[in-house]
Design a protein around this ligand. Structure first.
Ligand code: NAD
Length: 416
């Protein structure tokens, strides 16, 4: 899908939900555009002494409900349109789970795999300096995304703190615990996915305990979701990573896979007591619950008809194309959409920010309990709107997400 289409797709989703809400055209025009988008070009002196100029962006979509929030991505395909679409989706995601943020996104067009650690640090510190004019703990709070991590957030926070003369931990989330990060943040997205899966099972009269689960992607989101699913009594029959999948209808030992087979050459493919499957075969395995937790556009017009799961819970962002959505809806498969299912990460980022602002830190079980409560409430609200409007769950989540932002925008009024 071209970059133009990503932004067009985000706008089409907005227009679609606006019809249910009968929103004024002028208001829709406000919501369809970002409030602020900044492009920066900045030089970095590489280890070789060569000067390379990088292009970076920060887009703040809508701050009506609070400061804007969203990740920083380091990837060669980063561009302004995609960053804008991702910022819009963050607005709806924060709104669906009802945390007081608008959406933002940012990134640098760079292949970090080609950079040394020192070069990534220099790039991050210069990028942070360039964004200093628009980010801040009360205005716009970045977080990790593709190509960035807790260490990058630590450098980002340190740079902005140096410039204002004191430590400002709340300016980014997803930091190391030692720098004001939150307990539970690393597992939060996978945990939220499983809360949604359990809630969906209740509504579908399906027993989560004993259900057969397949997880695509065994990284942060997928491995946590698989481990929690197993802990809650489900049988994880298939998992995969970029190198392919493994399947055992009697269940895979998820903890053993995580502890012994990740971070080593060959990864989960080294595990023997299973059948090897490709990533596309994995999505079509006989199971009750499918959790795509890897990359976008995995369930498409080509394979949606072959999905055997009754429930799909989107751990990844955008794993289902609009055509696949339609096919699965017609087949009676419930798809819990990304803006609800994977919102656990941003909810716990919100907790991290609240703890940083108060300088008062919570224990892990407190974080997890609060997260589960928010996810269950959001799930219930979306399920209610889905029944009320007789729609699929993605449309229902968008209706709630857009409505809260539209209401706030109207109540605040147009300045001056
Ligand atoms: P990650 O890099 O930790 O893991 C990604 C996993 O997907 C890895 O196991 C990788 O091997 C696998 N993978 C890569 N390409 C694949 C392919 N073509 N087929 C199958 N598997 C493939 O990333 P993550 O943080 O777990 O994020 C996964 C997804 O969840 C992304 O879409 C991300 O945007 C989304 N997400 C993550 C968070 C978060 O808090 N980490 C929050 C919201 C959404």
């Amino acid at each position: 899908m071209s970059e133009y289409n990503v932004l067009e797709m985000a706008r089409q989703q907005l227009y679609n939900s606006a019809r249910y809400l009968d929103l004024d055209d002028g208001l829709v025009a406000v919501l369809a555009r970002p409030k602020r988008a900044v492009t920066v070009n900045f030089p970095v002196v590489m280890d070789s002494g060569e000067v390379v100029v990088y292009e970076g962006y920060r887009v703040q979509h809508n701050p009506s409900r609070g400061p804007t929030k969203g990740g920083l991505r380091y990837h060669p395909d980063v561009d302004l349109d995609e960053t804008t679409a991702l910022a819009m989706w963050m607005t709806w995601k924060c709104s669906v789970v009802n945390i007081p943020y608008g959406g933002a996104k940012g990134g640098v067009k760079v292949n970090v795999k080609e950079l040394s650690k020192r070069e990534i640090e220099k790039l991050t510190r210069r990028f942070a300096s360039e964004l200093n004019i628009i980010v801040g703990e009360r205005s716009d709070i970045p977080a990790p995304d593709i190509g960035t991590n807790a260490q990058v957030m630590g450098w980002f926070m340190d740079t902005l703190s140096m410039q204002c003369g004191y430590t400002v931990p709340g300016v980014v989330t997803g930091k190391p615990i030692e720098l004001g990060g939150s307990e539970g943040r690393v597992e939060a997205t996978g945990r939220g996915v499983i809360v949604c899966a359990i809630e969906a099972c209740h509504n579908m009269n399906l027993n989560f305990e004993g259900s057969r689960v397949v997880v695509q992607g065994f990284g942060n989101v997928g491995s946590v979701a698989a481990r929690l699913a197993e802990r809650e009594g489900a049988i994880v029959v298939g998992v995969s990573d970029a190198s392919g999948g493994i399947y055992n209808p009697n269940g895979l030992p998820i903890n053993e896979l995580y502890e012994k087979y990740t971070g080593v050459d060959g990864g989960i493919q080294n595990y023997k007591d299973c059948e090897k499957v490709s990533n596309s075969e994995l999505l079509e395995l006989d199971c009750d619950i499918l959790i795509p937790a890897a990359i976008s556009a995995q369930l498409t017009a080509e394979n949606a008809d072959k999905v055997k799961a009754k429930l799909v819970v989107e751990g990844a962002n955008g794993p289902t194309t609009p055509e696949a959505d339609k096919i699965m809806h017609e087949k009676g498969i419930l798809v819990v959409p990304d803006i609800l299912a994977n919102a656990g990460g941003v909810v716990t980022s919100y907790f991290e920010w609240v703890q940083d602002l108060q300088n008062f830190f919570w224990e892990e079980n407190e974080v997890n309990d609060k997260l589960s409560k928010i996810m269950r409430r959001a799930y219930g609200e979306v399920a209610h709107v889905m029944r009320e409007h007789n729609t699929d769950m993605r449309t229902a989540a968008m209706i709630i997400g857009v409505k809260r932002v539209a209401d706030a925008t109207i109540m605040r009024g147009i300045f001056p």
